[in-house]
Design a protein around this ligand. Sequence first.
Ligand code: SDX
Length: 465
Amino acid sequence: MPTTMPETLADGINECHKHAKGGSILLRNFHNQGRRLMADTAKLTYQGNTYELPVIEGTFGEKAVDIGSLRKETGLITYDPGFMSTGSCKSSITFLEGEKGILLYRGIPIEQLAEKSTFIETAYLIIYGELPTTKQLEDFDYHITHHSMVHESIKSFYDGFPINSHPMAVCSAVVGSLATFYQNELNVRDAREIEIAIHRLIAKLPTIAAYSYKKSIGQALPYPDNSLGYCANFLKMMFGTPCEPYEIDPVAVKALEVLLIIHADHEQNCSTSSVRLVGSSMCNLFASVSAAIYALWGPLHGGANQAVIEMLQTIADSGGNVKTWVDKAKDHNDPFRLMGFGHRVYKNFDPRSRIIKTMAHDVFENTISGEPLLEIALALEDIALKDDYFIEKKLYPNVDFYSGLIYKALNIPVNMFPVMFAMGRLPGWIAQWKELQGDSDFRIGRPRQVYTGMQARDYIPIKDR
Ligand code: SDX
């Protein structure tokens, strides 16, 4: 059963230390804050020789064997499909502890940021490492606001895409095209060029995203409104029209702020690992983020929030018998999975889904009984959390399980849900890419493999085949 949330963060971190001492924390990234990273050594015995490998320790006691010299010393490489036990980097940005459902951005719990911060302030924290002063936040917000328009010729791209294009394909293509418009901001070793590229990306992604929706419904492509905040401006671009004033709904703005904040970073997930790998070739930020958007699109990753709603709708359309679908998810011969359940790291609960679930009730307030998909989601969660299969495999609702219901309540179309995830995750991608570029251990990512193909053999002319 889910472990109760520690009373205080300190309790949680102490728990982490206890947990880490058992050496059982998954090796993902090293949350280091200038702390000594050398702890002790691990011994490997192979073919009668014993090798000592350094063990490094992160901020909260998570430990890793440094295998950088393994192949040179032993001739061995490691094999770890899906990187279940492999850390790819040391990082100071985000710490998550899956057993206790702890998620910190630069040391600050997301529960506090979701309650007290804004998305732009949280983006600043994640990218630059500290909460901004009033002046720093004003300057950052000014640059974001005044880069929100896209080059007029970008509008013609939308005429070329098929009307039913998925907005993730459109957004990734248009984000990648920014590298053609800003050719003087591609030097990954120039701090000023990186800074401007950061402003442009955060500022323009909402515009690019809104354009993909407006084009799909045949409406005019809007201009941003610099008098509005980040989230309000996005909602106005999505749902406003030139024909009448658009009334900003503060409940919708707050809900969007929280959703973007809790998606803002998540250490070395699939799309972030993609932005790091692409960036490791010294590829520019625009192209690296374009690759991350494509990686996020997959239904096992950021595409899950769309898949959850489609799954709930399928269950509703089939009569709403939730237990039938839970049984399908448990059947190994059935490819059906409960979308929005399970996580590579969280094995008790995803703290983000708890925040969203609480907010879902606030957003729906009077309509909670009127939202059939929410009722099905609650019933599905209730059954799954009591089912031995899900308990044994530690499958709990993840961030995508409830987020789609709120996006739906905000009238955001289902195929735009992964785009909302991308908008939220953008500061994390930027911060991780920027950290990589400045890493003293920087090198191009080039994994090894275990070759299992044919032995060497000669070419056979086609007449003899
Ligand atoms: C995100 O990494 C991140 O941090 C990601 C993310 C982020 O913020 O960046 O948190 C965002 O991507 C959340 C996850 C969204 N995806 C889904 O909701 C899709 C459904 N869930 C899964 O497919 C799965 O749980 C993953 C992809 C999330 C995790 O996959 P793992 O860690 O590789 O685990 P697995 O697929 O090996 O599953 C372990 C077992 C398997 O059974 P066995 O082979 O051991 O018998 O659990 C089963 C799986 O069959 N299982 C499920 C299940 N998820 C896993 N069974 C039914 N329904 C599910 N949802």
